[in-house]
Design a protein around this ligand. Structure first.
Ligand SMILES: [Fe+2]
Ligand SMILES: [Fe+2]
Length: 193
């Protein structure tokens, strides 16, 4: 599919709209997971990557569910993004209750909350997500006070909707994020040595 801009241009556009370091890290984390899943599923990695980068592009300008992401969609349309990207971005929002009827939509939803949760697990470990085990992620999922903003039902339901085993999904996301630890602000084994 022809996209109106390159990945780096999409990133620049995102950053123009998003001064917040934490939101920048969030979309980079989702991008890393989406690219990994696109490779696994034999899908268009560039398309999946930019969809992830742009899915929260308007959040800082539209920081309420009355506006995000629906008021961002016309801006993306103006920029020439295809419906496939825009529809996937709209579908990540639970409050819009849109069908997640493509693999792209299902995967975006399954990576959105979980990637943030796993990065949060890494922030409280001296080696970040290096050596982070699935069972300790699951233990933290059972502690409501840890990363309380992450909706646990979304994590489990989205994996189920994607048709992946939750343990495998967690392991896959950890592995996808590992090469990006630095840009996500995570420590690594090298720091602890
Ligand atoms: Fe969002
Ligand atoms: Fe998000």
């Amino acid at each position: 599919m022809t996209l109106p801009m390159t990945r780096d241009e999409a990133w620049e556009l995102f950053c123009e709209w998003t001064p917040s370091e934490s939101l920048r890290r969030h979309v980079l984390a989702v991008e890393a997971c989406m690219r990994a899943y696109a490779r696994k599923f034999g899908e268009d990695e560039e398309l999946w990557g930019v969809t992830a980068l742009l899915h929260d592009f308007d959040w800082e300008m539209h920081p309420t569910l009355e506006q995000h992401p629906q008021d961002g969609a016309p801006i993306l349309r103006e920029e020439g993004w295809p419906d496939e990207v825009i529809d996937a971005i709209l579908s990540h929002a639970e409050h819009l209750s849109l069908p997640r009827d493509t693999l792209l939509k299902k995967t975006l939803f399954a990576c959105d909350e979980l990637s943030g949760f796993i990065v949060a697990c890494g922030y409280v470990r001296p080696t970040g997500i290096d050596g982070l085990e699935v069972k300790s992620v699951k233990k933290k999922l059972k502690q409501p006070s840890f990363a309380a903003g992450v909706n646990r039902d979304d994590v489990t339901n989205s994996a189920e909707a994607l048709g992946v085993d939750l343990d495998e999904h967690i392991a896959f996301v950890i592995a996808a994020l590992q090469p990006h630890a630095r840009e996500l602000g995570l420590r690594t084994e090298a720091d602890a040595a």
